[in-house]
Design a binder for this molecule. Structure first.
Ligand code: SF4
Length: 430
């Protein structure tokens, strides 16, 4: 039995696509092994959002070359799409497949397409490719890709170039996939993509994420749905209302902010002002008081002077975020920001990032403290053998409970007894 190993860099979408490829290899009789183990094939699904992810990918290729000297190394995904020439220069790489070409992998490995020498194929990413795996190994939550690509071209972002134009899966196919995942025992479905707020706008007839959600709520046996990232201006009153009224849609919004300064937002081409962002968040919090509210922030965007950063810091402190993802600006060749002057030095980025990460920790701890005494529904996902079970509440609080036999992959009601900075302790109510 041939052995194959996988490594995924980047987003939930990449993880879902790797799970799909892993399923396909397993169906063909391959045995999936850990990336540290010798294998016949090594598949690396790449990300190119930052220069650091590119570097880590190149580093991994060199490492697996040592672990599996005879393996065929296949590099797929966004970095492969954007810089195949650089990857070709690394000894040991056999096959380079771009964003949507990754799904043609067996054409090269099995159907006799010559696999010696370096093959590279990067496509046009025009069609939506359904890559829903039956199984997500070792996971209780299923990440379902409903949309791919993006038309926004925020000035710092490489994603539209790497993944192509926004394109959606047909609603009937999304419904069929959710039904399949529910039948396979998944209690929580995370709807993911690059820009899911634009779901359905490319379809004829077009359909909205709101309408799709209402159709998914009809599915028998559905546990709960969680939404991945939503752009601010794609959150309207109807969507907020639908989530407020339906326990089967998690009261958890992840709404990228990127900057809390209007001048920087304009340079980023983010199409909303700080005031507009604040108004949308206030509507959500007013309608759904226990909401889990996450965001992404970039520090060190070109031209971000101390006063701009101060505005961002003050704005973040004024918003009831419950967690933050903090990123340092990374120069991406091909993006407009790459050609901007007034680049910020690494030490300033580091300092600003540390400040926001500290605020993030305080906000999360405060949110967890406020949960003490409260009742929530947790999907138990992983465990510390013999001691603890862990899972997330509907509003994205990490929970630890004493291990009980039948908790794994179950949604159970809990009562929070105390809070730590990174989890709350809770009792499971039978
Ligand atoms: S919305 Fe902007 S940041 Fe998000 S993927 Fe599209 S271009 Fe990138």
């Amino acid at each position: 039995m041939k052995k194959v190993s996988f490594h995924t860099f980047g987003c939930k979408l990449n993880q879902t696509e790797t799970s799909f490829l892993e399923n396909e290899f397993t169906k063909r009789g391959y045995r999936s092994v850990a990336i540290e183990e010798p294998a016949d094939y090594v598949v690396i699904n790449t990300c190119t959002v930052t220069a650091r992810t590119d570097y880590k990918c190149r580093q991994l290729i060199r490492r697996v070359r040592k672990t599996s000297p005879d393996a065929k190394i296949v590099v797929v995904g966004c970095y492969a799409q954007m810089d195949p020439e650089r990857l070709k220069s690394i000894p040991g790489v056999n096959l380079i497949l771009g964003a949507d070409r990754k799904f043609n992998i067996f054409d090269y490995l099995e159907n006799g397409k010559p696999a010696n020498g370096i093959i590279e194929e990067t496509g046009d990413n025009e069609k939506f490719i359904d890559s829903t795996p039956e199984l997500f190994s070792g996971k209780t939550r299923a990440f379902l890709k409903i949309q791919d690509g993006c038309n926004s071209f925020c000035s710092y972002c490489i994603v539209p170039y790497a993944r192509g134009r926004s394109r959606s899966d047909l609603p009937e196919n999304v419904i069929a996939n959710v039904e399949k995942l529910v039948a396979n025992g998944y209690r929580e479905i995370v709807l993911t993509g690059v820009h899911i707020g634009k779901y359905g706008q490319d379809l004829q007839p077009s359909i909205s994420l709101f309408t799709l959600l209402r159709q998914l709520l009809e599915i028998r046996g559905l546990g709960r749905i969680r939404l991945s990232s939503l752009e601010p201006k794609e959150i309207d009153d109807d969507l907020i209302d639908l989530i407020a009224k339906n326990e089967k849609i998690c009261p958890h919004f992840h709404v990228p902010l990127q900057s809390g300064d209007d001048e920087i937002l304009r340079k980023m081409r983010r199409h909303y002002s700080v005031t507009e962002y604040k108004n949308i968040i206030e509507k959500i919090v007013c309608r759904i008081p226990k909401v889990g509210l996450g965001t992404d922030v970039i520090v060190g965007f070109p031209g971000e002077m101390d006063r701009h950063f101060e505005n961002t810091k003050k704005f973040i402190e004024s918003i009831p975020f419950t967690y933050l993802h903090v990123f340092s600006f990374s120069d991406r060749p091909g993006t407009d920001a790459y050609n901007m002057r007034e680049k910020i030095d690494a030490s300033a980025k580091k300092e600003r990032s540390a400040l926001l990460i500290q605020i993030a920790g305080e906000k999360k701890a405060e949110f967890y403290r406020k949960a003490v005494g409260g009742y929530f529904d947790v999907l138990f996902e992983d465990e510390v053998p013999g001691r603890w079970m862990y899972g997330f509440t509907e509003n994205y609080i990490r929970v630890r409970s004493a291990k009980k036999a039948d908790l794994f992959n179950k949604i159970k009601q809990i009562n929070v007894s105390s809070a730590d900075n990174n989890f709350v302790l809770a009792n499971v109510l039978d």
